[in-house]
Design a protein around this ligand. Structure first.
Ligand code: KG4
Ligand code: ZN
Length: 351
């Protein structure tokens, strides 16, 4: 079975073609066009610009993916697209294209939950002989839009354990990076500057540690209040532009901020794994690219005798391969969507 998937839930346009074999799945193409440059000057994502760019990029990526895969659309068995959560006008582009292709070529259509795409991505490439290898696990999804802990009993059987009550972890990285004028996306910038910094130098709050939910806005505010106190000179202090830090202070600040987020994510994930008695922890989403988070989550898991699994970094940020993979697993399990199924900007993963 060969699946073509589109991902257009936010500011990345992506197309992938995945072929399922008895011996394992073969990724024939995975194309991603980032719109970071188009939104950067506005300091955030502008939905209208995102959807206009999806309209421009999607047909080009479809063409590129088909030729990379040496496949004609008529040879695709099912067309999938992210159906939510995300920006309504962006979701509509990918879903409409997938539906059009499915109708035009008389093939199946499947709407895929973006969060399920992230959540299943650590299992990408381990599927063998068409078996469903989604073992029970506690899954941490950490991206720019979401921070959630999910108890995964198996494919399609998800129980929400906790979620953020304010900012997502990636959003906190992005906002603090913006305060520091480090550029967007903020996560990789902060990670880069954290190298060589002392993670204990600044004492930032670890909020709601006893709860299964997350909160990162207090941490962000703590950084904001700290900045005027550590800026180098009076001129910068007056203009309130947090910019003029010496290099080591910046490194210490980034390392301490990153460590505060990691402590919260690791503590809650391990506690949930023990509560739900699973022997596997998985992490996914853009923030799970963070090498220090991966290292500390792996170490904390192994101290408790728990296995740790994460997708390769290229599969952690938004892409269509994870959507194609989720679609393939769902199609094998007998799911499909009707073309009248609408996109849902607030689509829930589990109740
Ligand atoms: O999954 P993703 O590509 O998009 C959403 O679905 O939101 O995640 C993007 C987020 C951004 O907030 C970005 O700053 C963060 O992932 N991110 C990172 C790293 N790489 C990306 N955060 C921390 N460390 C990183 N290395
Ligand atoms: Zn995402």
């Amino acid at each position: 079975m060969t699946v073509l998937a589109l991902e257009t839930s936010c500011d990345e346009t992506a197309v992938a073609i995945l072929r399922g074999h008895r011996s394992g799945d073969e990724l024939l193409a995975s194309e991603v066009a980032s719109q970071v440059a188009a939104h950067e000057k506005y300091g955030g994502i502008v939905p209208e610009i995102a959807s206009r760019n999806h309209l421009i990029y999607a047909p080009r990526l479809l063409d590129r993916a088909a030729s990379a895969a040496k496949t004609r659309f008529s040879e695709i068995d099912a067309f999938a697209a992210t159906s939510g959560p995300g920006l309504a006008s962006s979701l509509m582009i990918g879903a409409s294209i997938a539906k059009g292709l499915a109708i035009g070529f008389g093939k199946r259509y499947l709407g895929v939950n973006h969060l399920e795409g992230h959540l299943l991505s650590p299992f990408f490439g381990v599927e063998k002989n068409g078996d469903n290898v989604i073992r029970p696990n506690v899954s941490l999804i950490v991206s720019g839009g979401h921070t959630m802990l999910v108890f995964v009993r198996g494919l399609t059987n998800y129980q929400l354990i906790g979620h953020t009550v304010d900012d997502a972890a990636g959003e906190a990285f992005d906002k603090v990076a913006k305060m520091l004028r480090l550029g967007y996306p903020g996560g990789p910038e902060i990670e880069k500057h954290a190298r060589g910094g002392d993670p204990k130098h600044f004492d930032f709050p670890r909020s709601m540690l006893a709860s299964e939910n997350f909160s990162f806005s207090g941490l962000k505010t703590a950084v904001r209040y700290l900045l005027p106190k550590i800026m180098l000179d009076e001129e910068w202090r007056l203009t309130q532009t947090p910019y003029n830090l010496n290099d080591q202070t910046l490194r210490d600040l980034c390392a301490s901020f990153q460590q505060a987020i990691i402590d919260v994510l690791v503590t809650k994930t391990i506690a949930a794994a023990q509560k739900y008695r699973v022997d596997l922890v998985t992490i996914s989403g853009g923030v799970s690219c963070n090498q220090e988070l991966r290292r500390q989550m792996r170490d904390a898991s192994s101290r408790k005798g728990i296995e740790f699994k994460s997708a390769e970094p290229w599969l952690c940020t938004d892409n269509a391969a994870m959507i194609a993979f989720a679609a393939l697993l769902r199609l094998r399990a007998g799911f499909e969507s009707h073309v009248t199924e609408e996109i849902d900007p607030n689509l829930a993963l589990a109740l």
